[in-house]
Design a protein around this ligand. Structure first.
Ligand code: ADP
Ligand code: MG
Length: 682
């Protein structure tokens, strides 16, 4: 089903949805709500107070006044429920002047604010009392939005897809298996995750969808593993003294955990089999340098290697670092090149030629490094982060020689061993369980917004001493529905606040070359303060950045906050991270305080889980793992085990999934693997 086949979606809405990476009906179904809004019983006007959303049932008692102010229109009126009166305001919605009728009663639901000594409600929704009665008490989905697209529009489209019984909702698990696993069917689960009837049905829905995410993933991994078993390496290597030289010339000493991990990798690559290994270590444990050593070893043996980073920013940073290492350590035989989506056409042609001739032997980039037009001469080692674990395994097409390259996967995801065996069942594991010792732990503070002024003074003081800072916001643009810090407005505000410093802006909606430029400037110290969304979360390394302020910290999962915090505390200076909650209700502070008490990603994940409990429904998308939409290894360990057992059972009963029972599973898995960029043929 295409988007335009859905009633109510025209080219314009389709384009807006595309901006949210929604291209098909299936994408739409998987565009899960960020949270749910409850339509509460209306509050007496006299009892509402500023700060938060409320609903009132009241009569319009004044004329509806439309004023023009600069390029804005402001619509106001007074309403009363007999005991209290309230002013309502709408911006840029002149058409409402004809909707509201003096003397009529409506239910208004909106944000309550204090303005000029009065309580006002801004931009309320207007509903008839009858319509409101229908909605009262129900959970209404709130979606991540882009300008011009409302949660209501998305919800309507989702409902259509589900109600028309589109093939995207059809279950692929056989009924008997689903019943045995005590899982709801797919269609029900999709309906309930978007429009929950109750907290319990939402929990069940989530459980089913989480199972699916794990199940398909694990099934794919197991098939991969079975195919690779016993494969011989086409790229025999031996340990080289150049690596020892490089280690000796580093500006620091490798920790013993780093050294152990390196020895394991070195031994594995010089063995006869094909390496598929995970390098696991918390943020800041120093994984990058180990991956560079592996690249150097491959180059010294006459082979090529490729390192794929999740973002262009990170790719170019890795490239700069490897170039610097090449100079510092005097290793002329390694020739790094950077290949990303924004590499200019002329450079690209040259680089592609160098790759196919073998002259370029350390290719660093984004997924561009694995496009079909990149033909390697003898690619012997592929390094990726775990999100791309599928995509690049077994891609013999990568190299003219056609042998299977060694793979090294890097991860900061903390996971207990028992679960790791399921989750990383296809990989051998090296762990860096120690942080470099010279480093001071990041000092963390958990505060509410009343601390903002102090935070500003603190940032100012640190910048005066030459440090750099990050300010992180959950949103790019202001939104009418969610009142959250956003990069656009914060950048403007902070530019005024810190006139003497250079303030930069970074977010995922910017063109890639612009993002790179900003990040490079930040890395070079030309930007003092960087206002950003979570795009800085992955891997970026600017040791002089010593302060991070995270606004609306309650909007993020703890794992993600831990990753974010990992961007500071990388140098020798004392670093600070301020977690600022915009909304302190519902145990937020207690949850955030976990970050203050621990800097161990594993401990944080476990405590977070224990505190929230499996019944927690708020923030259904807590996982910091971009590969899964809902699933979280710690939180959903039960589902992970179940999925592992089910995958094993199916492969035992019917390894190629040819029977009628499993034909649909196979079909579904094929679609999943294609989507995840893997060329494992089933
Ligand atoms: P991550 O494991 O999060 O990818 P990085 O590889 O980015 O961590 O390393 C974080 C920082 O620590 C980098 O600036 C790196 O140069 C530095 N570093 C790595 N290993 C050590 C070490 N043994 N001693 C001191 N600093 C180190
Ligand atoms: Mg890293």
């Amino acid at each position: 089903m295409t988007l335009q086949e859905i009633k109510g979606i025209g080219p314009k809405t389709e384009e807006l949805m595309n901006r949210l990476q929604i291209y098909t009906a299936e994408d739409l179904l998987k565009y899960y709500p960020l949270g749910y809004d409850l339509y509460p019983s209306p509050t007496p006007v006299a009892l509402i107070s500023p700060g938060g959303k409320a609903a009132v049932r009241a009569r319009v008692i004044s004329d509806v006044v439309l004023r023009h102010f600069k390029r804005m229109t402001i619509l106001t009126c007074e309403v009363s429920d007999g005991e209290g009166t309230l002013r309502l305001t709408w911006y840029n919605a002149p058409f409402l002047a004809h909707v509201l009728i003096k003397g009529k009663t409506y239910v208004f639901r909106g944000v309550v604010r204090e303005k000029g000594g009065r309580t006002v409600m801004e931009h309320p929704e207007i509903l008839t009392p009858e319509k409101y009665a229908d909605l009262e008490g129900s959970l209404v989905p709130v979606y991540g939005l882009t300008k011009g697209l409302s949660s209501g529009t998305i919800a309507k489209a989702v409902r259509q897809v589900i109600e028309t019984d589109a093939s995207e909702c059809a279950d692929y698990l056989p009924d008997w298996l689903r019943e045995e696993l005590r899982l709801d069917d797919l269609k029900t689960s999709l309906r309930e995750i978007h429009f929950p009837e109750s907290a319990e049905s939402l929990r069940k829905a989530r459980e089913r969808l989480v199972f699916d995410e794990f199940f398909l993933f694990i099934l794919g991994i197991r098939i991969l593993k079975a195919r690779e078993e016993g494969a011989k390496s086409a790229y025999p290597m031996r340990p080289v003294w150049e690596c020892e030289e490089v280690i000796g010339r580093l500006p620091y000493r490798l920790t013993s955990a780093q050294l152990n991990a390196w020895r394991e990798i070195e031994a594995h690559m010089s063995g006869t089999g094909v390496m598929s290994r995970l390098l696991q270590g918390d943020v800041g444990s120093g994984k990058t340098v180990i991956s560079f050593l592996a690249m150097i070893m491959a180059a010294a043996n006459g082979y090529q290697s490729a390192l794929m980073a999740p973002t262009e920013v990170l790719a170019s940073q890795h490239y700069e670092k490897l170039m610097k290492m090449k100079e510092d350590a005097g290793i002329p035989f390694i020739k790094p090149v950077l290949l990303t989506g924004s590499t200019k056409a002329a450079d690209q042609r040259r680089i592609l030629a160098e790759i196919s001739s073998g002259e370029a032997n350390a290719v660093i980039g984004t997924h561009a490094v694995f496009q079909d037009r990149v033909a390697y001469r003898n690619l012997a080692l592929v390094i990726t982060d775990e999100q791309h674990r599928f995509g690049v395994r077994q891609r013999q097409s990568l190299t003219k020689k056609g042998g299977c390259p060694h793979t090294l996967v890097m991860s900061a995801t903390p996971i207990p061993r028992t679960l790791g065996v399921i989750y990383y069942g296809d990989l051998d594991i090296s762990v860096i369980d120690e942080l470099p010792s010279r480093r001071l732990p990041v000092k963390s503070a958990v505060v509410d917004t009343s601390y903002m002024e102090k935070a500003m003074r603190f940032l100012s003081k640190e910048m005066a001493e030459g440090r750099q800072a990050y300010v992180i916001c959950p949103m790019i643009e202001p939104s009418e529905e969610l009142e959250l810090a956003n990069v656009r407005e914060e950048t403007a505000r902070l530019k005024k606040e810190f006139r003497d410093y250079s303030v930069g802006m970074l977010h995922g909606g910017m063109p890639a070359d612009r993002k790179n430029k900003v990040m490079e400037m930040f890395a070079r110290g030309e930007i003092d303060l960087l206002v950003s969304t979570t795009v800085v979360e992955v891997g970026v390394d600017v040791p002089n950045a010593a302060v991070m302020l995270i606004e609306n910290a309650e909007r993020f999962g703890l794992a993600q906050l831990h990753q974010l915090r990992g961007r500071v505390g990388r140098g020798t200076e004392q670093s600070y991270c301020i977690f600022m909650a915009g909304d302190t209700s519902g145990g937020t502070m207690e949850r955030l305080n976990i970050l203050k008490e621990s800097s161990d990603g594993f401990v944080i994940a476990e405590k977070d889980f224990a505190l929230r409990g499996p019944g927690d429904l708020l923030g259904i998308r807590q996982s910091g793992d971009a590969r899964f939409l809902l699933a979280d290894v710690t939180r959903d360990s039960g589902s992970l085990k179940k999925a592992g057992e089910t995958a094993a059972r199916i492969l035992r009963e019917d390894p190629s999934m040819e029977t009628a029972e499993y034909a649909k599973v196979r079909e579904h898995l094929t679609a999943y693997l294609t989507k995840n960029n893997s060329d494992i043929a089933l």
